[in-house]
Design a protein around this ligand. Structure first.
Ligand SMILES: Cc1cc2nc3c(=O)[nH]c(=O)nc-3n(C[C@H](O)[C@H](O)[C@H](O)COP(=O)(O)O)c2cc1C
Length: 315
């Protein structure tokens, strides 16, 4: 399958494995790139502990990049969580990770942000990087601004997604064609795409590729705990609730507690942070959350990445 996205990504399929902080590592990312998509290392990829030191954070990323290179000859990318124009000037995490990524000849940058940071885009371009920009809350104006600022690919995310949710509760079927019509560069669809039907629907809506997170959590290579993978197989949208304005979880014991607070209009942002690592990497479901998309009813097995990718693009 050839189109503008496979050309830009130099991949067999127009597929990006979305960054998912702790739930990504060299093994998963290399498996996706070897299977014909583009794997992306998220922040804390391959880690089990948190460090607040930006240089250590970046050196850990260098280590994971090198491990990935040992497992694949194909390209892969790195995730950058960006703030607005001024907030990043002094963001040591962004600066250190970029420095390491450039030194390691990383070409693909999956940047997410609530705003467009033109100087960050310029820096990536000066280093011959490819910008895949995913606005947290997509709007046509923001898509146009990102296109003008030099993005190569854009991601349109619907509220169906797993992870931190967009600020507007618009589904993927609304968001994708609206964003596709607002720009000339290719748009990838994200949010709730878990099987070949989802891929076909995304392409029918005008997306030229898919950007998938949740489905990769339930694969053999994903670093997520077995308990977490099993919880995804055993759950559906009926076992899932919002536990904050921009966070949803399978109703683990811990998530139930947070959900009650959220229903009482209490601030739950502190309860949620750290939850991905405990609930999804360590598999301690009673103590953490499991943040996945609303389409998990259709996830019925734990295939290898290669099996999954081939299935997604079956004719
Ligand atoms: C557990 C989890 C963690 C995530 N962490 C990140 C992250 O660190 N950086 C990021 O840019 N997006 C993150 N996301 C969002 C994904 O990159 C992607 O947008 C989303 O998973 C796509 O929707 P889907 O899960 O329905 O496939 C995360 C998503 C999940 C499910």
């Amino acid at each position: 399958m050839k189109n503008r996205v496979t050309e830009i990504l130099n991949t067999k399929y127009p597929l990006i494995q979305a960054p998912m902080t702790w739930i990504t590592d060299a093994k998963l990312v290399a498996a996706v790139s070897n299977a014909g998509g583009l794997g992306i290392l998220g922040p804390n990829a391959g880690q089990h502990t948190l460090t607040s030191d930006p240089i250590e954070t970046a050196e850990r990323m260098r280590n994971e990049i090198r491990k990935t290179k040992e497992l694949t000859n194909h390209s892969f990318g790195v995730n950058i969580i960006s703030g607005g124009e001024n907030s990043d000037k002094d963001n040591p995490y962004v600066n250190e990770i970029l420095k390491v990524a450039f030194e390691e000849n990383i070409k693909y940058f999956a940047i997410i942000g609530g705003e467009i940071n033109k100087s960050l885009f310029d820096k990536v371009k000066e280093n011959n990087g490819v910008i895949i920009f995913r606005p947290i809350t997509p709007t046509p104006a923001m898509m146009r601004e990102a296109e003008k600022a030099g993005a190569d690919l854009l991601v349109a995310t619907g509220f169906d997604e797993g992870g931190g949710l967009p600020g507007k509760s618009l589904g993927t079927f609304t968001v994708v064609p609206t964003m596709v019509d607002s720009v000339n560069i290719p748009v990838l669809a994200a949010g709730g795409i878990n099987d070949a039907r989802g891929v076909k629907a995304a392409l029918a809506l005008g997306a030229e590729g898919v950007y998938m997170g949740t489905r990769f959590i339930a694969t053999q290579e994903a670093p997520s705990a077995h308990e977490t993978k099993k919880a995804i197989l055993d759950s559906g949208y009926e076992n899932m609730e919002l536990i904050g304005g921009t966070m949803r979880s399978i109703l683990t014991k811990h998530a139930e507690k947070i959900q009650r607070k959220y229903e009482n209009n209490e601030d739950t942002s502190r309860d949620v942070s750290g939850g991905f690592r405990i609930g999804m990497l360590e598999g301690k479901l009673d103590e953490g959350i499991v943040s996945v998309n609303t389409g998990i009813d259709v996830i019925k097995d734990i295939p290898t990445v290669k099996e999954l990718v081939e299935r997604l693009f079956e004719k």
